[in-house]
Ligand binder design. Structure first.
Ligand SMILES: N[C@@H](CCC(=O)N[C@@H](CS)C(=O)NCC(=O)O)C(=O)O
Length: 233
């Protein structure tokens, strides 16, 4: 049985997990979760009580959450994949460091902007949150710009699951209109290298409900009800 990834729309960071599953060549099904409407239902909270995406129903029917855990779970099932590295190697450490940075500093920088997106906020509160978010996003990009010195991808010389995850979050810069990514040439270069990747294009087509290209390991959508029926008690 293929695992089922619960991906959030609009603009969920689960986008990066779709890209990673494609790169790993791991067949998977998808369950589309509208945020916050469906994410906050009692039905979805049986999968993730925090009402967040991504979540995964594993091949054995266990529900699990947290992007990093899901990415590492998938990678562990494709140990020869060219987008990971053997445990205990410096490259393995670099991939995990990149994932942790993305999951905390980079992801968290956008939190004030998402708050403004989801809540009616005006006046000084709006100005303060906007300034806080823009400052944090700039700081995270400045750090990434330095970290990318001498390396083409998040963790070094070849692409990894960290680059897949980067793409799911990096696009928020454009969505929230924070600033032009070209201010940070190495971050811009990484984004440009990823934008035409077939898995990135596929994830976008899935999100936008456009016709999908051939040659993917995506095995189709399931409804939330069907996914729940496959969950182990
Ligand atoms: N720590 C979680 C955070 C997940 C998270 O916050 N996901 C967002 C979407 S990217 C979400 O589900 N938000 C709920 C909502 O906006 O309704 C992870 O790394 O996976």
């Amino acid at each position: 049985m293929e695992p089922i990834l619960f991906y959030g729309v609009p603009q969920g960071s689960s986008f990066g997990v779709i890209v990673a599953l494609e790169w790993l060549g791991q067949p998977y099904k998808l369950c589309r979760i509208q945020m916050p409407e469906v994410a906050t239902t009692d039905a979805f909270k049986r999968i993730n009580p925090l009402a967040e995406t991504p979540s995964l129903l594993t091949a054995s029917g266990e529900a699990m959450s947290e992007s990093m855990a899901i990415l590492l779970h998938a990678t562990a099932r494709a140990p020869d994949a060219s987008v990971s590295a053997p445990h205990g190697t410096p490259e393995y450490d670099r991939i995990n460091s990149a994932l942790a940075f993305l999951n905390t500093t980079f992801y968290g920088a956008f939190a004030p902007l998402w708050y403004l997106y989801e809540h009616e906020t005006q006046g000084k509160a709006r100005d303060a949150l906007t300034a806080y978010g823009h400052g944090a996003v700039a700081k995270a990009h400045a750090h990434l710009e330095l970290a990318l010195a001498g390396r083409e991808w998040m963790a070094g010389g070849h692409r990894s699951i960290a680059d897949a995850y980067f793409m799911g979050i990096a696009r928020w810069l454009d969505y929230h209109g924070v600033f032009d990514r070209q201010k940070y040439p190495r971050v811009h270069g990484l984004h440009q290298r990823l934008i035409d990747d077939p898995a990135v294009q596929l994830a976008w087509a899935i999100e936008d409900e456009r016709p999908l290209p051939a040659g993917t390991v995506f095995a189709g959508h399931v409804s939330l009800e069907e996914a729940l029926s496959r969950m182990r008690a």
